[in-house]
Design a binder for this molecule. Structure first.
Ligand code: PGA
Length: 246
């Protein structure tokens, strides 16, 4: 059995005060959460230290939203892996579609960031996904194949998470059909060459869709944006229910 990975990506939301208020509401709702799942909060950099202190000794893990490939240097606005591990960060998102779209992040840059993360003992969450135009043109498989080849090049495949996030499903309320997401995640598993690779689905995951998504054979977890900002909704996602086929 692969471990389930449920991560909440807060993007550019939450001050330190708001992050601590979230924890107060969220933590009591996950005390009985089964241990078969890893739960990760991924706040903005500024809230890492407060959350790290507040969650110390608990089972919730901390992630960050980006990492640079150098340990230090003249890179205004960037952050390095040692700066993250100092705060107890264990996971880091690379290649999310927002930096790919707004800052023209390439597969090569994503791969360099992921290498830097692994070198420092961080587990990269490498995000890949096709755009609406590519989806409509039937190019999904080819795009994902290219992103897997370039993005995962040379990485340690057993300390890595891949998040399949179709761009047209992110923040739109339109979740990808669970069986189609499962098909793509199966292809990613095959193309990665690691049958044990941890693969998440991301894109408008909600309390109402989580159980079906987690029932899929190739979906090991979810990367949640909007719904992870609400402690009740995220707790329901973390406490997803496994169900049996009739
Ligand atoms: P969403 O975001 O859940 O708000 O669609 C997912 C993501 O961007 O990781």
């Amino acid at each position: 059995m692969r471990q389930a990975f449920i991560a909440g990506n807060w993007k550019m939301h939450m001050t330190c005060a708001a992050a601590l208020r979230f924890l107060e509401d969220f933590l009591p709702q996950v005390t009985e959460t089964p241990t078969d799942r890893t739960v990760i909060l991924i706040p903005p950099f500024t809230a890492l230290s407060s959350l790290s202190s507040a969650m110390h000794g608990g089972r919730i893990r901390l992630g960050a939203q980006n990492v640079h490939w150098d340990g230090d240097g003249a890179y205004t606005g960037e952050i390095s892996a040692p700066m993250l591990t100092e705060h107890g960060v264990r996971y880091v998102i690379v290649g999310h579609s927002e930096p790919r779209k707004y800052w023209c992040e390439t597969d090569e840059a994503v791969n360099r960031r992921a290498h830097a993360a692994q070198k420092e003992g961080l587990t990269p969450i490498v995000c890949i996904g096709e755009s609406l135009e590519q989806h409509q043109a039937g190019e999904t498989d080819a795009v994902i194949h290219r992103q897997v080849e370039a993005g995962l090049e040379g990485l340690e495949l057993d300390s890595l998470v891949v998040a399949y996030e179709p761009l047209w499903a992110i923040g739109t309320g339109q979740t990808c059909d669970a069986s189609e997401a499962n098909r793509i995640c199966g292809l990613i598993r095959q193309w990665s060459g690691n049958p044990e690779l941890t693969i998440q689905y991301g894109g408008s995951v909600k309390p109402g869709t989580i159980d079906e998504l987690m029932h899929q054979s190739h979906i090991d977890g979810v990367l949640v944006g909007g719904a992870s900002l609400d402690p009740d909704a995220f707790a329901r996602i973390v406490n997803y229910q496994s169900f049996q086929e009739n």
